[in-house]
Design a binder for this molecule. Structure first.
Ligand SMILES: C[C@@H]1N[C@@H](c2nc3ccccc3[nH]2)[C@H](O)[C@@H]1O
Length: 449
């Protein structure tokens, strides 16, 4: 092990209640909203090919023209309660909201810059009504914060000269001030989701970022901080030079999911996902592959089956309304969650060998295993392999707990569970109540003939 001053300060998962709650959330909503939602991926009738929230970086637009969008920010259809109810009805247990994206525009009236809602026609704080609305709806709030800030004169991609270094010192103070300001103004926020920390300028700030993380944790005990915030003194990000996760959860799964438990190294993690291929901010063009609710439910199940949370992104329009396509998907996912969320909430990695029909989840501290079925075998038999000392006490459809499913032991600790596929092509859940095997190895189901 390398001696590190600014590496990870924690081994293993946090066991406090705030982190346990986060761990059990399963499904979250991401909100990307800001000035970029006004052009919506288009400028002077031309479509921008990249992600809409990056349109400022497009050569086709003078930076000053983009920055002047502040004078157009007047979201007359903004309704925080509506956003919160969409998330609640989808079955999300928390929301991650952009306070400031790479463009530097602040959705809260920050004292440390004039580039905020306070100096827009809207004038009012956006973050407070959002935090209050989601809190009232029973969802936890995580604040997204981009370190990279294209609007701040002190931002640098790298620090090459003395002048760079002086400018960046000012930027670091500004960044610290804004983060302390956010935690002070919105004490209900449970955590932080950091972005824009890959450039050399920030990677070189191991000591500063480490001390800032400590200051934030002192100010807000229990705060949940993502691994993308800081690098160690050797420039290692997410995992320090001893391969220990920095922060409280891994933020490496952006628009991609881990494939096996080996990929997550026993850590907490979230996967943040766009509905189109790669659009976080609102894009007028709803083009390319748009994920269906079945696809998104499967990603949610896969994430929970590997011990993580799935956070689905919504990009409200410049006027503050949420597009119909996103509302429809949220409601379809919600319809499924209303029936099946027992297999998602407070569930974790089961330790069981993955099978072709779908994903296992396991209720934390219970002997309950869920089979979330996406691929119905023509045999109607769902293979399950259990550890030696575990037996199946009962097996049934989540939607029909009174009808025991037929269980056949095909050989020791390997079973077929027989269930009729549901009528419509929607994922469904088989429940296994497990128990410790009696020493005679007796089980109350038929042996293979
Ligand atoms: C959560 C996502 N992270 C931002 C982002 N910027 C990137 C630049 C390069 C590679 C990946 C990126 N992700 C996206 O704009 C969005 O906010």
């Amino acid at each position: 092990r390398i001696k590190l001053k600014h590496g990870s300060h924690r081994e293993g998962k946090r066991t406090d209640s705030v982190m346990q709650k986060w761990r059990g959330n399963g499904l979250g909503q991401f909100i990307h909203w800001g000035l970029y939602a006004i052009p919506g991926g288009e400028w002077n009738g031309k479509q921008y090919n990249g992600a809409a929230e990056w349109i400022r970086s497009w050569n086709g637009i003078p930076k000053s023209a983009y920055d002047s969008l502040i004078y157009k920010f007047n979201p007359i259809n903004f309704n925080a309660d509506e956003w919160a109810s969409i998330a609640k009805n989808m079955g999300a247990k928390y929301v991650t909201i952009t306070t400031k994206h790479h463009d530097g525009f602040c959705l809260w009236p920050s004292k440390y810059t004039s580039y905020t809602v306070a100096n827009s026609p809207w004038k009012k704080d956006i973050m407070k009504p959002l935090v209050d609305a989601y809190d009232k709806a029973g969802l936890d709030v995580i604040l997204y914060f981009s370190i990279m800030d294209w609007n701040h004169p002190g931002w640098r991609y790298d620090i090459k000269t003395k002048a760079d270094s002086i400018a960046f010192e000012g930027f670091k103070k500004f960044t610290r001030n804004q983060l302390i300001e956010l935690l002070t103004m919105y004490p209900k926020a449970k955590g932080l989701w950091f972005d824009g920390t890959w450039d050399k300028s920030w990677v070189k700030q191991a000591k500063f970022a480490d001390e800032l993380e400590a200051e934030m944790r002192k100010l807000r005990p229990g705060l949940i901080i993502g691994s993308r915030f800081r690098a160690d003194e050797y420039g290692k990000r997410h995992f320090d030079s001893n391969n220990v996760l920095m922060g409280d959860y891994e933020q490496g799964w952006e628009r991609k999911l881990p494939n096996s438990i080996a990929d997550v190294h026993g850590n907490d993690w979230d996967c943040v996902m766009t509905i189109p291929e790669n659009q976080w901010g609102y894009n007028k063009a709803w083009k390319g592959h748009i994920k269906s609710s079945n696809e998104l439910i499967e990603m949610t199940a896969k994430a929970v089956s590997l011990g993580g949370n799935f956070v689905l992104n919504f990009g409200p329009k410049g006027d503050g309304s949420i597009r119909d396509e996103e509302k429809k998907l949220a409601s379809e996912i919600g319809d499924w969650m209303k029936v099946n969320s027992e297999a998602i909430y407070n569930c974790e990695y089961s330790g069981l060998e993955k099978q072709d029909w779908g994903y296992f989840t396991k209720k934390r501290e219970k002997d309950k295993v869920y089979l979330i079925i996406f691929n119905t075998p023509v045999s109607g038999a769902y293979r399950v392999k259990l550890p030696a000392k575990t037996a199946i006490a009962k097996s049934y459809l989540l939607t029909n707990p009174n009808m025991d499913l037929r269980v056949e032991e095909v050989h020791s600790n390997e079973y077929f569970i027989y269930a009729k596929p549901t009528t419509e092509a929607k994922p469904f859940v088989i429940v296994l109540d497990t128990k410790k095997k009696e020493n005679n190895g007796g089980n109350n189901y038929e042996k293979a003939k």
